[in-house]
Design a protein around this ligand. Structure first.
Ligand code: BJ8
Length: 426
């Protein structure tokens, strides 16, 4: 890190000892998993820098922005529209929930059979190690799965200002109407929080900023479709993870610069791995920083991940928000239309997810799909069986993995992944 940020972390009320331990573990894992990769594009240096300053410079930027009157809004789900946050001059940060930290404290409040993602959110708060959470003026929860919905009841007294949005469970007209009502309520809450009026001009501008960020990700995805692939799955996942908390314009610029470099690589060949490397699509629960377990295992087995059907991936970034419409209501409708297409497993039925997985397999020329579900995540575990049956019946090999954030099952998963790769290359 470029500076000593201990005073800033102390002012935020972090537990310095626990936080130092977290950062040390994170830095070591990053060195071992990311920095040992070969043939990395130069453009990844920016993302290495972002990661090295994950709790430093970016947090300082957020605090400086707060000093200047901007509000910081944290969230746990891709259903929280960044367009609305930015239109109120707020800053959106995705709160990472990808590490097994503070689970003992979390289990004092939550049942042990809660998914790691939810436990991680509580663990970070209860052990005082997340500067992002402490820098938030508002945290947004959403009634997606039952686990999150009930957990927010216990989260409310722990954080400064929790706003919970209700969520539809079906893609019906009344489901869409509910999402619109909730986004209107969120827009009002953002205006109150910021003291600023969201005009149609501001909403159009903010939509444009978020669309540019998505467009850069679409460009990156397209490049990953080329064989041999020019970027590793781990690096692409990292970019998808940084998507949630970097400054949007700077992020967009950095991804576009990286894509310029990748385009040259695509022309010149060879890629980051040989063109014979098995190509894998990951599908399932989101992988927040620093959840790199499965991708690292896949990569060490000499396969390459070419796409993520995940909220930290294409489920979260696909589809732009339309910017036509000359009043606030029309622009808000565009936002509702875009987000209503997200096919999280909390929806029933959820056929679009299967269709998109198949589309991704074909676009990215994947040889097989690894379905990743967290233990105790009923929505994704329940869908896993249906997805496996359908894909296998169409000749697409699938490996189902259920895991958590511990490393205890890493050896067993490695064996299964290696056997799967043997199967698809036979
Ligand atoms: S839109 S996937 S980000 S809810 S892993 S907490 S589902 S029990 S994360 Fe998600 Fe929004 Fe849906 Fe995406 Fe529950 Fe499952 Fe845990 Fe999960």
């Amino acid at each position: 890190m470029s500076e000593d940020y201990h005073q800033m972390w102390s002012d935020l009320g972090l537990n310095l000892e626990a936080h130092d331990a977290l950062l040390e573990g994170l830095a070591q894992a990053y060195r071992e998993i990311f920095l040992t990769q070969e043939h990395r594009p130069k453009g990844m240096q920016y993302f290495d820098f972002v990661m090295s300053e994950i709790h430093g410079l970016r947090v300082k930027e957020l605090l400086d922005a707060r000093e200047n009157g901007r509000k910081v809004v944290g969230s746990f789900c891709v259903f929280v529209p960044e367009e609305i946050i930015l239109a109120a001059d707020g800053i959106s940060v995705g709160l990472c929930t990808g590490a097994e930290f503070g689970f003992a404290e979390a289990e004092q409040l939550l049942p042990r059979n809660t998914c790691s993602l939810i436990k991680s959110a509580f663990g970070f708060k209860l052990s005082g190690v997340c500067p992002y959470l402490e820098a938030c003026d508002m945290v947004v929860g959403e009634n997606t799965c039952d686990g999150k919905k009930k957990a927010y009841e216990m989260f409310a007294p722990l954080v400064r200002n929790l706003f919970v949005m209700d969520m539809p469970q079906m893609k019906t007209e009344s489901g869409r109407a509910l999402l619109k009502t909730e986004y209107e309520r969120f827009l009002d809450a953002m205006e109150k929080l910021s003291g600023k009026t969201i005009t149609s001009e501001k909403l159009r501008e903010s939509t444009d900023i978020v669309n540019k960020k998505r467009r850069a990700m679409h460009r990156l995805s397209k490049l990953r479709a080329v064989n041999p692939t020019s970027i590793s799955g781990l690096d692409a996942l990292l970019i998808n993870q940084v998507f949630f908390y970097d400054d949007p314009a700077r992020f967009t610029d950095s991804v576009n610069k990286l894509c310029n470099e990748l385009e040259q690589r695509v022309e010149q060949k060879p890629g980051v791995v040989p063109h014979t490397s098995p190509r894998i699509l990951i599908s399932g629960c989101p992988m927040a920083v620093p959840n790199w377990k499965i991708p690292a295992i896949v990569q060490n087995a000499n396969a390459v991940i070419v796409g993520e059907e995940s909220c930290v991936g294409e489920r979260g970034t696909r589809n732009e928000t339309e910017t036509d419409g000359n009043n606030l209501n029309a622009l808000l409708d565009n936002i509702v239309d875009r987000y209503f297409k997200i096919y999280c497993a909390i929806f029933t039925p959820n056929q679009s997810r299967l269709e998109h997985i198949k589309e991704m397999v074909s676009t990215y020329k994947a040889d097989g799909v690894i379905h990743y579900a967290l233990q105790f995540c009923q929505p994704y575990q329940m869908e896993a069986g249906q997805i496996e049956n359908k894909l296998e019946s169409e000749g697409i090999p699938v490996l189902r993995i259920e895991t958590d954030y511990s490393q205890e099952d890493a050896g067993q998963i490695r064996t299964r992944v290696e056997a799967f790769i043997e199967r698809i290359t036979a």
